[in-house]
Design a protein around this ligand. Structure first.
Ligand code: COA
Length: 259
């Protein structure tokens, strides 16, 4: 069904593997197009409760946008490339009502680091490496990196990383808050799935509202506190909220239906 992606749905988690290992899974037009489609599938397929993005092979998550597609672009073409990617992939991942986690299994550079940062959180293998090396190419990040890296690690470190083009390893990324967990490569997917299995036991509508409200904390033009008040109120009209509170009071485990 996809040419550049592998997909595998098990226990409600769709594992999406970007599959161009000979090019270190670089994001060319086809990958961006198919990532947009797979995110639509994640939104619309009721059997999918969560997703993991990862890269094929043992070397790279994604080594960046495909540099070979940059050579013919002018200013308008560059802006259009960035806008299309942000609208169809990166922002759509961030705003997904279902959790999407990046399992970073090697190089996450440029657009790869940006792809990981657009996910709701990140896990990494011990060999993972992160960086925004665009200034080496006379470029800046274009898939949201200047904004999301600053949100995740703070202004000073984001400035240094983007100005030096330095790569950092998984442990430093964890210390900076860029990734939540670091595991041996062989355990990366299974441990990430375990976290998602835990999330699957919670009320899905409440999970989607957490995503919406937490995303608001990073937006200058929206009032996250007001959104939280609204979404909190909305939870009271869900069956799952009645079930969750009743189950607690009856000292039993809640069974959520996503309604
Ligand atoms: N775009 C296009 N092709 C890429 C790529 C990218 N971002 N990153 C890697 N590749 C290709 C290489 O050109 C090479 O292709 P080839 O075998 O046809 O020559 C193949 O992937 C393997 O990469 P290679 O550079 O040989 O591996 P390496 O182990 O020596 O180095 C990296 C690994 C990640 C350090 C190096 O590939 C690199 O610096 N990539 C670019 C990173 C970057 O600047 N990303 C931001 C883009 S905006």
């Amino acid at each position: 069904m996809y040419q550049t992606l592998l997909t595998d749905l098990q226990d409600g988690t769709l594992v999406v593997t970007i599959n161009r290992p000979d090019k270190l899974n670089a994001l060319n037009k086809d990958v961006i197009e198919e990532l947009g489609k797979v995110v639509d599938e994640i939104y619309n397929n009721a059997e999918i409760k969560s997703a993991i993005l990862t890269g094929s092979g043992e070397k790279a998550f994604v080594a960046g946008a495909d540099i070979s597609e940059f050579t013919t672009l002018d200013a308008a073409g560059g802006s259009a490339l960035a806008k299309k990617g942000q609208d169809n992939v990166f922002d759509k991942i961030e705003n997904s009502p279902k959790p999407i986690v990046a399992a970073v299994n090697g190089f996450a550079l440029g657009g790869g680091c940006e792809l990981a940062m657009s996910c709701h959180f990140r896990t990494a293998s011990e060999n993972a490496k992160f960086g925004q090396p665009e200034v080496n190419l006379g470029l800046i990040p274009g898939y949201g990196g200047t904004q999301r890296l600053t949100q995740l690690v703070g202004k000073g470190k984001a400035m240094e990383l983007m100005m030096t083009a330095d790569m950092i390893g998984a442990d430093e990324a964890k210390a900076l808050g860029l990734v939540n967990h670091v595991w041996p490569l062989a355990e990366l997917l299974s441990k990430t799935k375990e976290i998602l299995q835990k999330i699957h036991t919670k009320a899905p509508i409440a999970i989607s509202k957490v995503i919406s409200c937490v995303n608001d904390a990073a937006k200058a033009d929206s009032n996250g506190f007001a959104n939280e008040v609204k979404r909190f109120g909305e939870c009271f009209s869900t069956e799952d909220m009645r079930e969750g509170t009743t189950a607690f009071l009856e000292k039993r485990k809640a069974i959520f239906k996503g309604k």
